[in-house]
Design a protein around this ligand. Structure first.
Ligand code: M6R
Length: 598
């Protein structure tokens, strides 16, 4: 999803090059085009391009020296992937530049407002199809026609915007940057006589670890030495704490692996180990809030939605509590059942997913209690929640969620054990799981799966079945395969096959059967038999081999943590399918790491 960056300092630097590098650090968010604006010799320098930032010729950027620059990586929403639609966007005189992440929902109304006010001067003013372009024109209107200062015009424009946004603006001749946010991520970094603004910390981690997160409907004015944060509606000064980022950028490098996705899959014994090191007291507080609730909900999107479903199953099985899991975008319909005795547990790697945030706003409006299970500290969901547990998986760079998903499973299990008053038992079990994964997950496993993948690479369809705890994993498996291999994949509960999907099975159709040693084993074997009788090519993921399998991927028997053992081979299978089919597994087409639009 879009990434934004801003810089202001007190000495001249190669600001365009610096912005280009910062945007490279945000590449993981997913984008299709990018652009930079900088003030150099009192003139506006700008560049826009479609395609990879890291492949940009930096010679043109090299010569641009100045104190102020802004940059943007765009993931198209309003208007196609073109240079004209790439940010920054400008006013007619090209003196004001704006980058924006989010959506201006009332952009048509603002255009009508400008058309009415500007008359003939409105014709030919807009150069793009984006919603964003209304912002620089609106600021310009307030400066030119209502004689406001740049700051006052920016605030006036901000008050008119409806939707979600993080916006950074610069104006030639003004020694400061302006920014505001409502719903989209924005973080400030403080350096030595310089400030940085970005959608995420990695953009400036090379320069500073001192950060501050502005709240919703706050705007800021930054010069090289001062930063002033105010409420957008009241203009009252807001005080917020600067904090220090403690994690290391080293944990966000490939460390010899060809892709982040493979690295993140292979380091899962480590990430699981970190995930289960939760403080007992924090787990107990979290569980207490859940226990005291009348209604319990889990919400998430994509992979996190499948993990939310597992959360529902775990609290039912381990703690005997009824909960309901929904995808964030469909949660609003349950608004009528929410009150102060309801608890919503948001599951999200990034903590920025717009559909989850929307669900939480609904919950908040009904005075429900918000809890969160996240990877990113200080993210928007973290700031909305009463209590957050962090999965501590470290930065997940590849778009496909792998180590965050298994860490979510581990912490969801611990939450269920805490809710059942059996935390010590849960922790003991999870320590064993980490040991088993460490012994089993070696390069050999990846190599063996690679051999199976050769037989699947030309297939058009792939199905996955599982029951009980493995049913959400069958769905998650489908997402993993779809998003990086681009092969049509679908997951079903094993029992649902004969109610329709079995009609899709032909001679040689690949089906992955998830058969852990649990109460689902016998029924899963029957379902697998039904598939084989119709010619399916069966790949079994199970602790034990079976005559029903054409291929067997052996996994450790992890008891109630079997979803972790089942999903890791699928992550590897999806990864190798992507590579064999010539796809970039780290940056699949059309997808973004952080989905910050509805
Ligand atoms: O950051 P989140 O966990 O909230 O993201 C939710 C989904 O967008 C995410 O899980 C997505 O489905 C992944 N690309 C799946 O691998």
């Amino acid at each position: 999803m879009c990434g934004i960056f801003g810089y202001i300092g007190n000495t001249k630097k190669k600001v365009a090059l610096m912005t280009n590098k910062a945007l490279c650090e945000l590449e993981y968010r997913g984008y299709d085009s990018w652009g930079i604006a900088a003030e150099s010799d009192k003139k506006m320098f700008s560049v826009k391009a479609v395609g990879k930032i890291s492949l940009a010729s930096t010679s043109a950027l090299q010569g641009i020296e100045g104190n102020v620059a802004i940059g943007h990586s765009r993931w198209a929403t309003h208007g196609g992937v073109t240079e004209a639609n790439a940010h920054p966007h400008f006013n007619g005189a090209h003196t004001i530049a704006v980058v924006h992440n989010g959506i201006v929902e009332n952009h048509d109304a603002i255009k009508s407002f400008l058309c009415e006010k500007l008359g003939n001067a409105f014709d030919g003013l807009f150069c793009s199809e984006t919603d964003t372009e209304v912002i620089p024109h609106l600021i310009d209107y307030f400066i030119t026609h209502e004689k406001k200062t740049f700051e006052a015009a920016f605030v006036e424009a901000g008050r008119m915007l409806e939707g979600r946004y993080a916006v950074v603006a610069m104006k030639i001749g003004e020694p400061y940057l302006l920014a505001m946010r409502d719903g989209s991520p924005l973080v400030i970094g403080k350096g030595n006589h310089e400030y940085f603004l970005a959608s995420d910390v990695p953009a400036f981690l090379l320069h500073t670890r001192t950060v501050l997160y502005p709240g919703d409907r706050e705007y800021l004015k930054i010069s090289a030495d001062t930063m002033l944060l105010r409420n957008l509606d009241t203009a009252k000064k807001v005080d917020r704490e600067w904090t220090t980022v403690t994690w290391d950028k080293g944990s966000a490098t490939k460390e010899g692996y060809p892709h982040y996705m493979l690295k993140e899959i292979m380091e899962q014994s480590l990430s699981l180990d970190k995930a289960i090191r939760q403080e007992d007291a924090k787990l107990a507080e979290f569980a207490k809030i859940m226990k005291d609730s009348e209604h319990l909900f889990f919400i998430g999107c994509g992979t996190a939605a499948k993990m939310a479903k597992l959360g529902e199953l775990y609290v039912a099985r381990i703690a005997g509590r009824l909960a309901h899991a929904y995808v964030g975008s469909e949660f609003k319909v349950y608004e009528q059942f929410l009150n102060k005795k309801s608890t919503i547990v948001a599951v999200s790697q990034s903590g920025e997913t717009a559909d989850v945030l929307e669900g939480l706003r609904v919950a908040d409006a009904m005075n429900a209690r918000i809890l969160a299970l996240l990877n990113v500290v200080g993210s928007s969901i973290d700031r909305m929640s009463k209590k957050t547990l962090f999965i501590n998986a470290g930065p997940e760079i590849a778009v496909a969620s792998t180590k965050a998903a298994t860490a979510q499973i581990a912490v969801l299990m611990l939450i269920a054990y805490a809710l059942a008053g059996k935390l010590a038992e849960g922790k003991h079990l999870m320590r064993g799981v980490v040991k088993d994964i460490k012994t089993w997950l070696t390069p050999d496993v990846s190599y063996d799966i690679q051999k199976i993948v050769v037989k699947l690479a030309k297939k058009n369809d792939l199905y996955i079945i599982g029951r009980g705890l493995s049913a959400p994993i069958a769905h998650e498996a489908a997402i993993k395969i779809q998003e990086v291999s681009y092969i049509h994949a679908e997951g079903f509960p094993g029992g649902e096959l004969k109610h329709g999907p079995i009609a899709l099975i032909e001679h040689g159709t690949p089906v992955i059967a998830l058969i852990p040693n649990d109460e689902t084993k016998r029924d899963m074997e029957s379902n697998t038999m039904e598939l084989r009788s119709r010619g399916a090519y069966v790949i079994g993921i199970a602790p034990e081999n079976s005559r029903l399998f054409d291929e067997w991927i052996p996994v450790p028997d992890l008891g109630p943590a079997s979803p972790i053992a089942s999903i890791i081979p699928i992550q590897l299978l999806a990864y190798h399918l992507a590579v064999l089919r010539g796809n970039d597994p780290d940056k699949p087409r059309n997808l973004a790491k952080s989905v910050t639009v509805k």
